[in-house]
Design a protein around this ligand. Structure first.
Ligand code: HEM
Ligand SMILES: [Cu+2]
Length: 626
């Protein structure tokens, strides 16, 4: 049947070569998209880290003039936006892409081209958010950008336009990806993998995806209203025209608190995978760990105003949100007890993935305790807007999210590279980050309780804050060296690390049942699952005499060469082909956003490119033209 492909310029017909850098531009393979997310997010993590080190250098001593107040405001705002939206979230997305299809026994995600689109929109959205640095006007009103500081009156420069449009574009990427993973996890599990047999990381990905789908529309409304106020002169947040700026705070935190769970749940899922493997024990209280994650997903919607205890909502609102905030500590506590119970009596092998998981538990407990101290409105009125809050958010976002993600990198690196990260460098990386993190953010607790406000670009001598600020800065440099040790370990191990078998840790879940790196089609045959820890059951429980069946090294399912260039035709398996259209649609969307800051013609061009991309995407043939 003649298709309309004839209408497609030859260059845009499905490419056929799986090698070379074009194959990365046109890939729709979840593993490659995961790698793209991972490297891009790590690059942004370094950018956010450099911004943080500049902040800390400015604050190393009192009355410092290293950076101007204007630049300082841009630095902490961009540091936070970068770390949250361009580092932690996409690093989690990297793991969603790399791991979920392997853990549920699938060959790819439900919508491979939509998956590629999510990545390209994320990249262009991240560049748009950082474009302010090119014109000397980055967002400078803090990451929650309270109205009406953000109005044209008080922020006439372009900074907040990059904030609104950059986050709007990034939100599109997150929501598209989240829909993809909800459909993939609910519809593409291997036979026998019921919901309560899914690995915990898969569960936390599902909860996180639902939070992304439900939370991002809230901030999207706020960002559209902010963009309209700034670009078209509407009055959503203009107090002079009768608007109430608290509307923005409610919209931001109704999104913002679920957002913090979007940042921590993936790390919690990773830790729930690492602990049983390195304790050689099944996860203690699997149903409780899963259900506490699900309940956090629901309860996370009922606490947002604890960020607003000091704006004057009144005793009823404060008491209500104090109560809901205290209650949400319960499911978090359940998880922590179950993790400790998993370790209890286990035969622990103190490899780097386990070290980072243990670091996560210790640091997250500290962050959780300061979080509980915020839930009391009278106490919070002392803590709000001080360094005590900065300490809290870094214990949960750095000590929690980053440490959890690093546990995942050390755990799953062998699966995708076929090599192990160097254990010695790994331990050096861990201790530099663990000590550095506590030296950087620990002192912030008492600096804050001593009255040091956050977001001040310098402080007067004689306040008694100099010593601990200097220590905090020294700690941040130790963190920086920790990141460099990691980068060195990653690059050198990728090239000449010790070869890894398909199951180097004697794992429990399906990703360890296939070769390292996995072939493009993942599973030659889709496995059948008979219980939790499906691969452990396959290895040790499913042989007739329950004798260990042991897996020969490297000879697992699939041909072990990760031959990207080779489809799965020889297995009679259809794998989605490469495509240009995801990147074309993403480019059109980003260009249209840039047009809102430059010229209507650019908007039109962007929309045209997007429409062309959607047209090509729709009529692209399933099989590449030979
Ligand atoms: C690499 C190590 C890091 C260092 C040294 C660091 C340092 C800092 C400092 C000193 C501030 C306070 C700025 C001020 O109030 O004037 C800050 C703010 C902040 N940081 Fe970090 N940070 C680091 C990593 C992270 C990570 C990994 C995240 C999140 C995932 C993060 C999220 C934030 C947020 C949300 C703020 C608040 C910004 C605002 O007030 O709008 N930071 N950071
Ligand atoms: Cu909150």
């Amino acid at each position: 049947m003649a298709t309309v492909t004839g209408a497609l310029p030859r260059v845009l017909r499905r490419p056929t070569s799986y090698t070379g850098w074009w194959s990365w531009v046109t890939t729709v393979d979840h593993k490659r998209i995961g790698v793209l997310y991972g490297f891009t997010a790590f690059a942004f993590l370094l950018v956010g880290g450099i911004e943080a080190l500049t902040i800390r250098t400015q604050l190393a001593g009192s009355e410092s003039a290293l950076v101007s107040p204007e630049l300082y405001n841009q630095l902490f705002t961009m540091h936070a936006l970068t770390m949250i939206f361009l580092a932690v979230m996409p690093l989690s997305a990297a793991f969603f892409n790399l791991i979920i299809p392997l853990q549920i026994g699938a060959r790819d995600v439900a919508f491979p081209r939509l998956n590629a689109l999510s990545y390209w929109i994320f990249l262009f959205g991240g560049l748009l958010l950082n474009a302010g640095w090119l014109v000397g006007n980055s967002p400078d009103a803090g990451w929650f950008a309270y109205a009406n500081l953000t109005s044209k009156t008080f922020s006439p420069e372009r900074g907040l336009d990059f904030y609104a449009l950059g986050l709007l574009v990034l939100g599109t990427s997150s929501m598209a990806a989240a829909f993809n993973f909800v459909v993939t996890i609910l519809n593409m599990r291997a036979p026998g993998m019921t919901l309560m047999r899914m690995p915990v990381f898969t569960w936390m990905t599902l909860v996180t995806s639902f939070l992304l789908i439900t939370a991002f529309p809230v901030i999207t409304v706020g960002l559209i209203e902010l963009a309209f106020d700034r670009l078209f002169g509407t009055n959503f947040f203009v107090t002079a025209k009768g608007a109430n700026p608290l509307l923005w705070q409610h919209l931001f935190w109704v999104f913002g608190h679920p957002e913090v769970y979007i940042l921590i749940l993936p790390a919690m899922g990773i830790v729930s995978e690492v602990l049983p493997t390195f304790a050689r024990k099944p996860l203690f209280g699997y149903p409780f760990v899963v259900l506490s994650g699900v309940s956090i997903g629901f309860m996370g919607w009922a606490v947002w105003s604890h960020h607003m205890f000091t704006v004057g909502l009144g005793p009823v609102a404060n008491a209500t949100f104090a109560l809901t905030t205290m209650v949400i500590a319960v499911p978090t506590g359940v998880k922590i007890f179950n993790w400790i119970a998993t370790l209890w009596g286990g035969s622990l092998s103190l490899k780097t993935p386990l070290l980072f998981a243990l670091g996560f538990i210790v640091l997250f407990i500290i962050g959780g305790l300061s979080g509980v101290s915020h839930s009391s409105p009278p106490a919070d009125s002392q803590q709000q807007d001080t360094y005590y809050i900065v300490a809290h958010l870094h214990y949960v976002l750095f000590g929690g999210s980053i440490f959890g993600l690093f546990a995942g990198i050390y755990y799953w690196f062998p699966k995708f590279s076929g090599r192990l990260l160097h254990e010695g460098l790994g331990k050096l990386n861990f201790w530099l980050m663990f000590i550095g993190m506590n030296l950087t953010f620990g002192p912030m607790h008492w600096l804050g309780l001593d009255g040091m406000p956050r977001r001040i670009y310098s402080y007067p001598a004689g306040m008694g804050w100099d010593f601990w600020n200097l220590m905090s800065t020294a700690g941040s440099y130790m963190l920086g060296i920790g990141f460099l040790a990691f980068a060195w370990n990653f690059v050198s191990s990728l090239r000449k690390g010790e070869k890894a078998t398909s199951d180097p840790w004697d794992g429990r879940t399906l990703e360890w049942s296939i070769a390292s790196p996995p072939p493009i089609y993942n599973f030659a045959t889709i496995p059948t699952v008979h219980g939790r820890d499906a691969f452990w059951a396959q290895k040790y429980l499913e042989t007739p005499g329950h004798q260990p069946r042991g897996v020969p090294s490297g000879g697992a399912d699939g041909d072990g060469d990760g031959a990207h260039g080779q489809g799965a035709g020889h297995l009679g398996v259809h794998m989605p082909g490469l495509s240009y259209f995801p990147i074309i649609v993403a480019l059109g969307l980003a260009l249209a956003a840039v047009g809102l800051l430059t010229h209507v013609a650019v908007i039109a061009l962007g929309v045209l490119i997007m429409l062309f991309g959607i047209y090509g995407w729709t009529f692209e043939p399933a099989e590449p033209d030979e």
